[in-house]
Design a protein around this ligand. Sequence first.
Ligand code: MTE
Length: 327
Amino acid sequence: MLIKVKRGWELPESAVTPEDVFMNRRQIVKALGIAPALAATASVLPAGAALAAAGEDPTVDLYPVPRNEKYTVDRPLTTQHDATTYNNYYEFGSHKQISKTAQRLEIRPWNIKIDGLVEKEFEIGIDDLLKQVSLEERVYRFRCVEAWAMTVPWSGFAMKQLVELAKPLSGAKYIKMNTIAESKAEMPGLRQFWYPWPYQEGLSMEEATNEMAFMVTGLYGKPVPKQNGAPLRLAVPWKYGFKSIKSIIQFTFTDEKPKTFWESLAEKEYGFWANVNPAVDHPRWSQATEWQLGGRQSDRVPSRIYNGYGEQVAHLYPKDAGESYFR
Ligand code: MTE
């Protein structure tokens, strides 16, 4: 007998968009004369609330967005199945199969707070933010400190655009970011009280404004799935994956180096800088090689300094000379 096993990211029947909501969205797009490719910068979003209520990501019509060919990779793409069913997202559990539980996350309304050392603190809804940035697709490598790696097409916008919107003061040296941590029913992992919730990460201003730092809103030409960090996550591909914080609700500009989630737990194992470096081992694992999601763990390939992005980022770490994991 053939049994269809539902994959984590597939929507249940009950979440399929009702036809009237679907028609409504299409009619708005038509009435505004917006071609799908241009929709990234235009407002198909008035129907957002209705779509969210129907369980569909209200940004679905923004994708696919044009690919920026400057950011491609010389190895095969990881399959969508592998990238969306093998995840680290501790708020949903401290194992890799959290994709189904992550569907509990409510991603509307989704307000993002910009505060600290900025001209004026403010809050902005994700849909309003999306109207103010230009979206593109970039294929990036991704390397977890656990030694698994993937290659995926993220959609989103350069983090520099967010920094410009925030208007930081000259004293701002770092950006601290927080993940939502409001409901234990939505995020059962929050019941693990020994973790220092909320998940917190940070970048220096130079890192955040580097061309590679990317705010992710989509994956494989669709809105980014909840298990991968909807509706807004970070991708900093020259750093170990734990720096790429998911489901962000706050950006705080500060003059102090933020203490990150993993650093608070084990500062000798998870440094703030966490740049991929095959020559500096994690205290418990070698970082010399990696394996690709979808392949066998025994099929290892050499890891690369800055995960292959040295040309773009090495100048940020002149004193480190490759020792930038813990500093
Ligand atoms: N962000 C939050 N909020 N919570 C997490 O547990 N895990 C990190 C990072 N961002 C994590 C997070 C780690 S350890 C990794 S390797 C990546 O997310 C995994 O991203 P992926 O599941 O999209 O592959």
